[in-house]
Design a protein. Structure first.
Length: 381
């Protein structure tokens, strides 16, 4: 098959959508002719070092988040049809409902376009409003989403009216979209982990593993929606214990480490996906106190590297971790108490880590995700 992937976020990876896109592209390109339509952030040769058998098409340059998204939507509208005329794609797959890269293209092309819905704009806004109702304390991305919410909400509704085929990454979101009134073709395909990259047996733990104490890790954007304020309270509570905190992700750190001894934490900032496995492997406990997720890839990655995970009951997290092991979003006291239990019980830590590892190996691999996506392509083609 000739497959066109519409991906405003592709390389480098800034979040779960980028990870999903890269993993799917790597698997599909083993059997099919895959074309990536994206924005230019780095030279093509840098991207192509990490991918084989793909055709990469830059349609515009990256810029401010909202503006570049609009630019990419317009670029697809004006440039994509000539590529389709040249290659005659069998499948056109848009990688993210929230970005809606093909919102304008949909109205000017006869072919159906598949979209993957990792989340919805309404869900995202509800998530960061639940975590932080003070507009002035929100991250710039959160402020921007809130300010343009009425416009994006309307565009999303128009998009769904026009869209005929949709993949979402959890069973819970199938129900969500059905309740929203989406009556067209819809399927759940869970996210998967690339075990050739996140291979516990072949990955060497990062040097941070040699730091004294139990290693407690957070990975994600340093914004309230991801629960960084909860993790900050966790650090304050445990800063005098035999622990070392590992933080990966971009964001404001001025207040995060206030009062935390420098020898008690390692801050990595942004880390490329292929560098993450060694950091995960250095951690004993992975904490994801998020206020909003659909089906978190970072949790799957942490489990694949045998971290004992402590996380919240949001989105479809209970489709990968038993509900009894989840905590209410914002329940700082219970999350900290659970981390303390795991710190002091090595046997329990190892048991939870092994259960999570086996769950990923058996149920949530990128091969399973790609195979189910290919089956869907054949059905709707």
């Amino acid at each position: 098959m000739k497959i066109a992937i519409l991906a405003p976020e592709f390389y480098p990876i800034y979040g779960g959508v980028g990870t999903y896109t890269q993993q799917l592209v790597r698997e599909l390109s083993k059997k099919h002719e895959v074309h990536i339509f994206t924005v230019e952030r780095v030279p093509k040769k840098e991207v192509l070092k990490h991918f084989k058998n793909i055709k990469l098409h830059y349609l515009c340059k990256a810029n401010d988040y909202f503006i570049y998204n609009f630019k990419f939507q317009l670029a697809l509208l004006f440039k994509f049809k000539k590529f389709d005329k040249k290659y005659n794609f069998d499948i056109i797959h848009s990688m993210n409902l929230v970005n809606m890269p093909d919102i304008f293209l949909k109205f000017f092309i006869k072919k159906d376009i598949i979209v993957t819905a990792h989340t919805s704009i309404t869900g995202q806004v509800k998530g960061f409003l639940q975590s932080n109702k003070n507009f002035f304390k929100m991250a710039p991305s959160e402020k921007g989403s809130l300010l343009v919410f009425p416009y994006i909400w309307l565009m999303e509704r128009l998009y769904l009216l026009k869209n005929k085929h949709m993949i979402t990454v959890s069973n819970k979101f199938v129900k969500y979209f059905r309740e929203l009134g989406y009556k067209k073709d819809l399927i759940a395909i869970h996210n998967g982990v690339d075990l050739s990259v996140f291979n516990y047996d072949s990955v060497k733990a990062h040097e941070v593993s040699k730091k004294p104490g139990i290693k407690i890790m957070f990975l994600g954007r340093l914004i309230t929606q991801k629960g960084i304020n909860i993790f900050s309270q966790l650090m304050q509570e445990l800063k005098n214990e035999d622990v070392h905190f590992i933080i990966v992700g971009k964001g404001e750190t001025k207040e995060l480490f206030k009062g935390i001894p420098k020898d008690k934490y390692t801050y990595f900032g942004f880390v490329n996906n292929w560098e993450l496995p060694s950091i995960y492997k250095a951690a004993d406990i992975f904490v994801s106190p998020s206020f909003y997720e659909n089906f978190s890839l970072v949790l799957l990655e942490a489990m694949s590297m045998k971290c004992a995970c402590v996380t919240t009951d949001v989105g479809a997290t209970d489709e990968m971790i038993p509900k009894k092991s989840l905590f209410k979003a914002g329940d700082t006291k219970s999350i900290i108490a659970r981390v303390k239990v795991l710190m002091n019980d090595k046997k329990l830590r190892e048991q939870i880590a092994l259960e999570g590892y086996n769950n990923v190996i058996n149920n949530f691999t990128v091969e399973k995700m790609s195979s189910k996506t290919e089956e869907y392509y054949r059905r709707v083609r």
